[in-house]
Each structure stands twice: as C-alpha cells, then as structure tokens.
Design a protein around this ligand. Sequence first.
Ligand SMILES: [Zn+2]
Length: 284
Amino acid sequence: MSNAPRAATARSVADTTSASTGGKLIALTFDDGPRPYVLFGSKESNRGPGLVDILDQNGVKATFFVVGWRLTPKTWGEPKHEEDIGVSCLDAAERLIGRGHELEDHTYSHLELRSAEKKNGEQWVMHDVDRGAQAIKAVTGTQPRYVRPPDWILTDDARRDLQKQGYRVLTISSENPMALRDVNSLDYLCAGKAVGCPKPSLPDAVLQQIEQREKRGTYTHILAFHELSTTAAIMPKLISDLKARGYRFVTLTEYMNLVESKPGETVKQTAAVTKPASVAGLSR
Ligand SMILES: [Zn+2]
C-alpha cells in the first residue's frame, strides 16, 4: 500500500466496493499450516471432514498463510501435537493449489518477529519472510505477495522495508482502512482446553464482529483463522450464515483487486480495534 499522502474523499473503501461491485466480500484466511490432518481429515473416526472438503463442498476458495519450514520434503508437522495421516505438509500445499486455493507467507520460522529482530537484527527478519516466500514459490511457481507476521507483530522499520520489497503486510492496525484490516477471529482460543473461546460460540462471535463493521459501513472482510480442527468444525455453519447474509467468498488476491483498487481507499478509520498485544504469544 502506498504511504503517499492521501487526498480527502467522502467515500470509504467499503462504500465504494459495495456500490461498484455489489460486493459483500469475505476473504477466508487460515494461518500456521499446512496441517494435513486439519486439511484432509483426521483418521480418528470421531472427527469430522477435513477443512478442504468443507471448503470444496461450499464452493469456497480460501487463502492459506503457510509456514515455510513445513514446505520442506518429508515434513509431517509437529510430531508432538499433530497427527500424521500419511500426507506430508508439502503434498498438502500442492493439493491446496490444485484445488484452487491460494498460498501466502506467514514467515519461514513462525517466530515472533519483533523479538527476533531485537535478537538477530532486521536483516534476519527480512530473510525469514523471503525464505518463507521462496518455499511457497517452489510449490506454486509464483512469488507470494502477502505477508501476515505471526501475531501481527512487526516493527515499523521492518514493515516499511518489506513494503519496499513489494510485500503487502497484513495488519490489525487502526491506521489502515477497516476493509483492509484483518478480523481477528480469536479461533486459537477455542483449541485445546478452549478456556478463552468467545461466547456464546466462535461463529456467533465472528458474526458479531462483522455486524459491528457493517454498522460502520464496511461490507468487506478479511477473516483471520488458523488451521485447527476446532476451526474446521465451525466452518460449515459460518459459511452458510455468511452466504445467507449475501456474502461472496474470494481469495485474498481477488479481494484486494476488488477492494483496494477502488478510489475511495482514503478514509482513515478511527474505530478501536483489538490491540496486537492482546493476542501476543497465543496463536500458533
Ligand atoms: Zn501463526
């Protein structure tokens, strides 16, 4: 995104997009994979279908912010936490592409980048993002354009330098127009012991966030989820609820093409958003 001074205009991104495309848009995104057992279903009989099958059944193309280290041969995930279903992460990535989904960059290491920069310097951070991008390019043949830093944490300097190199850095910062800010689903709080899972339920909490954005005139949303079995399980209901509200599902590239290129992308929204600090260290 350009940092050039922006002329004042009366229209927001959202107003413009809804008006010109008739578009209520959702870009579904999933971080931290590929996790084959989430994507293609656990072998344990009590588990539901895989996330990719759910997306396919609903005609939804999504965007996966994958972690570079997984895209090396014979990598099956984290052995302690993740079930091995006999599909490597690399195979899973290839299947995602084959089924029309998009892969974007969630770094190679998945380390929190502000701390990593303090320890290793900014060049390390740039290299970690690039290494993630190279791993994706080896699968897809194209350079990924979007980066979501783990927990959205990144120094201003590193953000600026990544943007100079052509990356678009996803953010939850209120400095960006609302339509270009990630909606933090908080789905990681529903994994494991689920102690902090939003009430009354994760899909309802996400819908509430969307309703609040609609009240401010924003009808396009980038939803940030993780590759988790608990998240896959809520997708059928969430997708059908959103479709019933008139939303169309697109990949992040399609989303940005539709939302960002519109002339109204100038209004600086002032609404409060979740502070990055509140999610630090929680998502994995
Ligand atoms: Zn992550």
